[in-house]
Ligand binder design. Structure first.
Ligand code: ATP
Length: 261
């Protein structure tokens, strides 16, 4: 296995940029090997919001874990200008024995932030995700949407310029999801984050993304990139979002059908 990732450069103007060139990922060896990604090239601009869509099993989560450096690539290159990256998943994965505040503080503690500064910064982050009044609750006392807000605050505590999100709102009801779209969009803009967001929901991708990247069925390749040139903030149920989402859904259906047949 060759890992040709380039070391991060000290280039603050480009902080948050991620460039994938001909990325290949194979799991296992021999006849049982699975090629999850095959020649994925993608240039992610600093401060942009990119949504990744594709059929189940096309390699979306694999791509995020490679960008996060959680796994090695089998070929090609991934260049980060800035590290580390922060990740957020469908499950909030909060520590149940810690309070909301404690769950955010722990991310700061890992980074070596001192006690007083930890408290100040964690409270500030809870304000950012509009959970100031819940600092001393435990995760089981929160709704699913609130738990995802805590997970977002914890991800932001890592102070990374790149936020990788793997179906973060997939388990939430439509109304809660709508609210979190608004919050995420606000935080993305205020903090000038680069976001890579995996979803199965085409409308969600169009609601949020500057670009929607459609991956082919396994092995994943970039099938098409859609620029979402619609004014923000967008409503997920607006006609322009629905129209573009319908086009992308047609392309996705055609791709899934091509492989099913
Ligand atoms: N650790 C692993 N070992 C072996 N195969 C794996 C591993 N992780 C993923 N795969 C395979 O790689 C392919 C891509 O998986 P991945 O989870 O990245 O797809 P996905 O697009 O995120 O799927 P979904 O939309 O269903 O979440 C799948 O065929 C999966 O079975």
């Amino acid at each position: 296995m060759t890992d040709t990732r380039t070391a991060p450069r000290a280039d603050t103007a480009r902080a948050g940029a991620v460039v994938l060139t001909d990325v290949v990922k194979r799991y296992g060896r021999g006849p049982g090997a699975v090629t999850a990604l095959d020649g994925v090239s993608l240039s992610v601009e600093p401060g942009s919001f990119t949504c990744l869509l594709g059929a189940s099993g096309c390699g979306k989560s694999t791509l995020l874990s490679l960008v996060a450096g959680l796994d090695d690539i089998s070929g090609g290159a991934i260049e980060h200008v800035d590290q580390p990256v922060a990740m957020m998943f469908q499950e909030s994965a909060l520590f149940p024995w810690l309070t909301v505040l404690g769950n955010v503080e722990i991310a700061l503690r890992v980074r070596g932030v001192g006690r007083a500064e930890r408290r100040r910064r964690a409270l500030e982050l809870l304000e950012t995700v509009r959970l100031s009044g819940f600092a001393h609750k435990r995760p089981h006392e929160l709704s699913g949407g609130m738990r995802q807000r805590v997970a977002l605050a914890r991800a932001l505590a890592q102070d990374a310029s790149v936020l990788l999100m793997d179906e973060p709102f997939g388990a939430l009801d439509a109304m809660t999801r709508d609210l979190l779209h608004d919050e995420l969009e606000r935080i993305w803009r205020e903090q000038r984050l680069t976001v890579l967001f995996v979803t199965h929901n085409v409308r969600e991708a169009v609601r949020l993304g500057d670009r929607v990247v459609l991956l082919s069925s396994r092995p994943g390749r970039v099938l098409n990139v859609y620029d979402v040139d619609l004014d923000r903030p967008r409503r997920i149920d607006s006609a322009p979002v629905a129209t573009l989402a319908a086009d992308i859904t047609d392309a996705l259906r055609a791709e899934v059908g091509r492989h099913a047949g």
